[in-house]
Design a protein around this ligand. Structure first.
Ligand code: CAO
Length: 539
C-alpha cells in the first residue's frame, strides 16, 4: 500500500481544461483505469483514469476548477480496490467489491476496528435481514448499505457509518435484528471514519421502499426515499446510483440522472434507463404532453366517467389547449406568492363618474381599468425589480426599459391577453380607448400575435364580475400579475370614526425567485397610495 498522486495526464494538446464532474469520493475503491473525474475542453470531454487500483485518499479539485497536464487532482492509496473497469463511481460499492480483492486499510493515517451496531429502527424490533449488501473483505465507503432489512411496513438499508473494510459479518439472511444488535466488524480507515457520534446520521437506516405512509423512520435524520412505483421518479438532487459509462451517456444525451428511476440492482441506473427516459421525454414533447403530467410529475389518471352517468366528449380548442399548457407551465415553473391589499378608490370613483359626459362625447367609456394601468405603470417605474424577467439558463436578470402591460380579456373562445404598449407614456383616455379596442378585437378573434406579445406585467380584472380576492397565475416570463376584484363599500376607521369607503381588493401574485415579499408589500402599498389619491400619478 502506498499513497500516490493522481495527476492530469496528457490532454492531447488541450492546454487547460475544466473539471465538469467528480466521479469518486474519498474512501471509494477503484480499479486501475477507472474514471476519477471528467474534464472538458472546448473540443471534448475526457475521463481521467485512476493510475492504479486502490482506495481514493482525497480529491483535491472541485467541479469548475481548471486543470492542466501534470496537476495533482487527488491521491490514491494504491494496492487495494476494485478490479472491474466498470466499478461504480459513487454507489453500490458492494457490487464493485464483489469483483474486487479484499482491500487493506488505506495507509493515509492509521486504522481502528469497530463493531457496527444496528441503529434505531423507529420502534421496530426483530426485523428480518432480507439481503446482505457486503461480504467479508469488501471495502465500503461511509453510507454504503451493509444489509437490507424488511419490516411489514418498509424496506430499509442499514448504511455503514464508516469507510473501511468489512472484517466479519455478524448476521446472515433471515436473522431478525433489533436496535443495538451487532452487525459487522470492520477496520475503519481514518480518512472516512470519524468518531461514531459524528457519523451517527450515516448509521441510520435508509427506507428504500415504504409500503405505506407510515414507513419506519429512523430516530435521527433519515435518508428516506419514497415508495418507488411505476409512476414515480426520484426527486431532483437525490443521490444518483450510476456508473461512469452511464453518466457519460446521460451527459451526452443531456439527461438529468436525478430524474431517472434506476432499474438495476438496488435502484442503480443502467444505460437502458437513460435511453428509455429520453424516449419518454421525446414522446411527451411530440404529444404536447405538458397537459398530461409535465415536469416529471405523474399524470392524473382518468376513470371511466360513463360508469357514473351519461357523458359527452368535446375536443379542446387550440386556444383552450394553449391556455391550459401555459397555465400548467407557469404554475409548475414559478414559485408563486400572492400579496393582498385594499385600495381606497372612493375619490377615484367620484372623479371617474364625473368623466362620464366627456366619455360619451369621445365615444369611450372610462372604466377603472385605465386608472389601474396608469397606477401599475407608475409602480413598475418606482419598483423596477418588478419589471424584469429571469434568464435562469444564463443566470441573469433581464431589466426592461419599457412598460408594456397585458390585460386579461375573457372571451367566449377563452382567455386572451392583449398588450398595451408604453402605458407610462399614454393618457387615461388613450388607455381607455386602446383597452376597449383590444378587448373588442380579442372577443372578435381579431388580435394579431404581435398584439399579445411583449408584456412586462399583466392586469387581470374580475372587478366587473365579482369576488373579494383571488390568486392569479403569473404569466411567465413576467414576474408579477395584479388581480382586481370587485370594489365594495367598507367601514374604514379614520382614527375617530368608521367612514364608508369604496375599497378595491388587489391580489398581486409574484414570482418569489425574482421578487421578495417586502417589495411585493411595497408594490401594493404604492398602488393603494396612487389609486387612493390619483394626484400622485401626476408627481
Ligand atoms: N369593481 C367594481 N366594479 C368594476 C370593477 C371593479 N374592480 N371593474 C370594473 N367594474 C365595473 C365597470 O365600471 C363597469 O361598470 P359600469 O358599466 O356600471 O360602468 C362594469 O364593471 C364592467 O366593466 P368592464 O368589464 O366592461 O370593463 P373593464 O375595463 O373593467 O374590464 C376587461 C375590461 C377586458 C378587463 C374585462 O371586460 C374582462 O374581460 N375581464 C375579465 C378578465 C378575466 O377573465 N380575467 C381572468 C383571467 S384568469 O382566468
Amino acid at each position: 500500500m502506498s499513497e500516490q498522486d493522481i495527476k492530469v495526464p496528457d490532454l492531447g494538446g488541450a492546454d487547460e481544461v475544466e473539471v465538469i464532474e467528480i466521479l469518486v469520493s474519498a474512501g471509494d475503491s477503484v480499479a486501475e483505469e477507472d474514471p476519477i473525474l471528467t474534464v472538458e475542453s472546448d473540443k471534448a470531454s475526457v475521463e481521467l483514469p485512476a493510475p492504479a487500483a486502490g482506495t481514493i485518499g482525497a480529491i483535491s479539485v472541485k467541479v469548475g476548477d481548471k486543470v492542466r497536464e501534470g496537476d495533482v487532482v487527488g491521491t490514491i492509496n494504491a494496492g487495494g480496490g476494485g478490479g472491474s473497469a466498470e466499478a461504480p463511481a459513487e454507489a453500490d460499492k458492494s457490487e464493485a467489491a464483489e469483483e474486487a480483492p479484499a482491500t487493506e486499510v488505506p495507509a493515509s493515517g492509521g486504522s481502528r476496528t469497530e463493531t457496527v451496531k444496528v441503529p434505531g429502527l423507529d420502534g421496530f424490533d426483530n426485523v428480518p435481514v432480507i439481503e446482505l449488501n457486503v461480504r467479508e473483505g469488501d471495502t465500503v465507503a461511509a453510507d454504503d448499505p451493509l444489509v437490507t432489512v424488511e419490516s411489514d411496513k418498509a424496506t430499509m438499508e442499514i448504511p455503514s457509518p464508516f469507510a473501511g473494510t468489512i472484517d466479519k459479518l455478524l448476521v446472515k439472511e433471515g436473522d431478525a435484528l433489533s436496535e443495538g444488535d451487532s452487525l459487522v466488524e470492520m477496520t475503519v480507515t481514518e480518512a472516512g471514519g470519524s468518531a461514531p457520534e459524528e457519523q451517527a446520521p450515516a448509521s441510520q437506516p435508509a427506507a428504500a421502499k415504504a409500503d405505506t405512509g407510515t414507513a419506519a423512520k429512523p430516530d435521527r435524520q433519515p435518508a428516506e426515499a419514497p415508495a418507488q412505483t411505476s409512476q414515480e421518479v426520484p426527486s431532483p438532487g437525490a443521490k444518483v446510483h450510476a456508473g461512469p459509462a452511464v453518466r457519460k451517456v446521460a451527459r451526452e444525451l443531456g439527461a438529468d440522472l436525478t430524474l431517472i428511476k434506476g432499474s438495476g440492482p438496488k435502484g442503480r441506473i443502467v444505460k437502458e434507463d437513460v435511453e428509455s427516459y429520453i424516449k419518454q421525454q421525446l414522446q411527451k414533447v411530440q404529444s404536447g404532453g405538458a397537459v398530461s403530467g409535465g415536469a416529471g410529475i405523474p399524470s392524473v389518471k382518468l376513470p371511466d366517467f360513463s360508469q357514473f352517468g351519461e357523458i359527452e366528449r368535446e375536443a379542446m380548442s387550440r386556444l383552450h389547449l394553449a391556455t391550459a399548457n401555459n397555465m400548467q407551465r407557469n404554475w409548475l415553473n414559478v414559485p408563486h406568492v400572492t400579496q393582498f391589499d385594499d385600495a381606497d378608490i372612493t375619490d377615484l370613483e367620484s372623479y371617474r363618474k364625473g368623466l362620464k359626459a366627456e366619455g360619451e362625447k369621445r365615444g369611450v367609456k372610462m372604466t377603472p381599468l385605465p386608472f389601474l394601468l396608469k397606477a401599475c405603470a407608475r409602480a413598475l417605474a418606482d419598483l423596477p425589480q418588478f419589471n424584469v424577467s429571469l434568464d435562469m439558463e444564463r443566470k441573469e436578470l433581464v431589466h426592461k426599459r419599457y412598460i408594456h402591460i397585458g390585460i386579461a380579456v375573457d372571451t367566449p373562445a377563452g382567455l386572451m391577453v392583449p398588450v398595451i404598449r408604453d402605458v407610462d407614456k399614454k393618457g387615461l383616455w388613450e388607455l381607455a380607448q386602446e383597452a376597449a379596442e383590444l378587448a373588442a378585437k380579442a372577443r372578435d378573434k381579431k388580435l394579431k400575435p404581435a398584439e399579445m406579445q411583449g408584456a412586462c406585467f399583466t392586469i387581470t380584472s374580475l372587478g366587473g364580475i365579482g369576488g373579494t380576492a383571488f390568486t392569479p397565475i403569473v404569466n411567465a416570463p413576467e414576474v408579477a400579475i395584479l388581480g382586481i376584484s370587485k370594489a365594495a363599500m367598507k367601514p374604514v376607521w379614520d382614527g375617530g370614526a368608521f367612514q364608508p369607503r369604496l375599497m378595491l381588493p388587489l391580489s398581486l401574485s409574484y414570482d418569489h425567485r425574482a421578487v421578495n415579499g417586502a417589495d411585493a408589500a411595497r408594490f401594493t402599498t404604492r398602488l393603494s397610495q396612487l389609486l387612493g389619491d390619483i394626484r400622485h400619478l401626476l408627481l
